[in-house]
Design a binder for this molecule. Sequence first.
Ligand code: ADP
Ligand code: MG
Length: 331
Amino acid sequence: MIEADGSPGKPVAVIAFGGNALLRPTDHGTQEEQFTLAWKASRWLYEIIHRGYELAIVHGNGPQVGNIMIQVEEAITKIPPQSLDVAVAQTQGSMGFMLANQLRNRFNEEQIEKDIAAVLTEVVVDRDDPAFDNPTKPVGPFFTSYRANLLMQEQGWQMVEEIGRGWRKVVASPMPRRILGSRMLRRMITGGAVLVAGGGGGIPVYQDVGGYYRGVEAVIDKDYVASILARDLEADLFIVLTNVPMVAENYGRPQQRWLRTLPVGRAREMLEANQFPPGSMGPKVRAAIQFVEGTGKEVLITDAEHLKQALERKAGTFIVASGEVSTGTPD
Ligand code: ADP
Ligand code: MG
């Protein structure tokens, strides 16, 4: 990346990871556990900074926003409810605090001086995105059919039944169009701050006919938002951290092969051949393709365990602008 005066600055990396990294389904979910996980995350986040990158962090918030929706329901007779967009904002605050706090402690331990900014981030979606016609993303608690009927009538919620578990609210998952405040985020990162931004995919807002921005109940995929943020920040590397060490061809099948280098053209072909399911690897590869095609830069997909090695190009999958496919093995 290039500074305003034309001199080369430090390279910029953007990393996206799921809310599970800070709240695992197997845990009780206590605050203490969450701080411990944030402390662990600060170790692999520090690896990226240690390699000389300025860093922006985009965390998911699935389990966390689900918990807020449970709190809303449990307190419904005492405290007026807040909508999903406001709940997303809350998770950006609470998760931003936990990450910033533990990253600061990590920096103290490593004796480096660096500012950290957790930024509330609004992301614009189109009100006429086709996703709003067909909400599919379940959020929050399970309800009895009695309560679900009431909520559908009184609140206008759309709900679906999961057999044996109950009724659940579903919301739309529209595509992000732009991040509000990108210019400020770019100034912060070129100024040397570590950013926590776009948490949970951002607070979804749309512009109404009068031009007013309004929050909307929806969830935005964090991988897509991270891809836009990486472009806006002119990032050199976009890292998608997940729970597999590499991307595979024929994943889970006998002819499976792990990929070390995946040229973007081949990634597109594989996406079209349904090699990456829409609910898991699909959005990650799609977000990667967007970034590589838009910038010519690279995307790394790997897990926390292999991140350090992957930054040395000894692990993980790199989606690149051109070249040949190469395979590898996770160890
Ligand atoms: P996250 O919580 O990080 O969004 P997901 O579960 O949504 O994680 O997506 C990662 C999962 O994608 C992996 O655990 C793996 O089971 C699945 N997956 C699907 N296709 C592939 C593939 N071709 N290569 C690697 N993983 C794949
Ligand atoms: Mg996922």
